[in-house]
Design a binder for this molecule. Structure first.
Ligand code: UT7
Length: 336
């Protein structure tokens, strides 16, 4: 018997402000038809303009639900892992803001700045802490507050219609249990050659410092995305890494009960489904309702899946995603 990483609870939080595609047509030159056809998105949730909310507040809501469901107090935690690219403050990361709001003393808080693969990397980090015996009870949160960082105009309509706000959380415990349950394997890759394909240039881009008029004029504060490059990389790399992950875990594709992919574009996930020859019911999508909440997509989807009772004891789940960096990878988890 070895220590295994077991997900004890899941939770999600979405701000109470649903924005439909039609709502966006008043802000920029776009249409419901374009957004649905190109991305699959029908609505998303954005924090209300003027709300004094930070990413750690979204994270807090999800974290408190996850902790209550696990029956854990914040002070019992050995570690908080916070995945986000939209921290409340650039320094420090949102993890310490979340830790303070949760209360519970001096629990360490570790930030993961890995954008769309942040939560997936978080699962691997938690598993490493648990297998090595460093931690026994970990809170892992993926939260992003994209609407504050986007320019909602025609100039940036490719990103503005996609990205959204939300948070998801899981409580992960070390349990002495059967080798064949818990996190079975993880695989990650990065290709910095494409670092400029999806980026926010400030505050330390080599060509200028944050307040440089040229940097301001170039809109470096807002995300830039070469959507086609990211799309092509996603449809190529995701099926590759899925196979690598299956081989590492010693699991057959037929044994995977559900794939929960990052929600960047419904067409990317349909391409993954087709390339792996998966039946539609074996891949979970909710981008239609939530848009791309970056590091929150996978824990939000997992929480919905658990709520709907889609998974049962012994089932295998494959989590997978690609995002800015570019980075991509996945995790295979088997329910106890
Ligand atoms: O999670 C982070 C990782 N990100 C991703 O995985 C994103 C991957 N990429 C994508 O999802 C897609 O590339 C997009 C959805 C961003 C764009 O779809 P596309 O099919 O690649 O469109 P495109 O960028 O080639 O643009 C096609 C046309 C352009 O007009 P012209 O040049 O053909 O006249 C764009 O200006 O669509 C135009 N366009 C829009 N039109 C209406 C771009 N955004 C919009 C918009 N509404 N929101």
């Amino acid at each position: 018997m070895n220590k295994r990483s077991i997900i004890k609870s899941t939770a999600r939080y979405l701000p109470d402000n649903r924005i439909t595609n039609d709502d966006l047509t008043g802000l920029m030159d776009t249409t419901d038809e374009w957004i649905r056809q190109r991305t699959g998105i029908e609505s998303r949730y954005w924090v209300k303009e003027g709300d004094d909310t930070g990413t750690s507040d979204l994270a807090l809501e999800a974290a408190q639900i996850a902790l209550a469901r696990a029956g854990w107090e914040p002070a019992e935690l050995d570690l908080i892992v916070m995945a986000t690219m939209t921290s409340d403050t650039y320094i420090p990361g949102a993890g310490t803001h979340l830790q303070h709001k949760l209360g519970g003393g001096y629990v360490p808080a570790l930030d993961i700045r890995q954008q769309c693969t942040g939560f997936l990397h978080g699962l691997e980090v938690c598993d490493a802490y648990i297998r090595s015996g460093i931690a026994g009870k970990i809170l892992l949160v993926g939260a992003d507050y994209q609407s504050r960082f986007m320019e909602k105009t025609t100039a940036n309509r490719d990103t503005a219609v996609i990205f959204a706000d939300g948070a998801g959380a899981v409580c992960i415990a070390a349990e002495e249990t059967d080798e064949t349950v818990g996190i079975l394997a993880s695989v990650f890759h990065a290709d910095g050659k494409h670092a400029d394909a999806l980026r926010v240039g400030i505050p330390a881009r080599k060509s200028g410092y944050a307040m440089d008029p040229e940097v301001l004029a170039n809109n470096e504060y807002f995300p830039f995305m070469d959507g086609r490059t990211v799309f092509k990389m996603a449809v190529t790399r995701l099926p590759e890494v899925a196979r690598e992950l299956l081989a590492k875990a010693g699991v057959q594709l037929a044994d995977i009960d559900l794939v929960i992919p990052h929600q960047a574009n419904l067409r990317i996930n349909e391409a993954l489904r087709d390339r792996l020859q998966l039946p539609d019911e074996k891949i979970y999508n909710n981008i239609q309702e939530y848009g791309n909440t970056t590091s929150a997509t996978i824990p939000i989807a997992l929480d919905e899946v658990m709520e709907k009772g889609i998974l049962k004891s012994g089932d295998h789940v494959l989590f997978i995603g690609l995002g800015a960096g570019l980075t991509w990878g996945g995790v295979i988890y088997r329910l106890p």
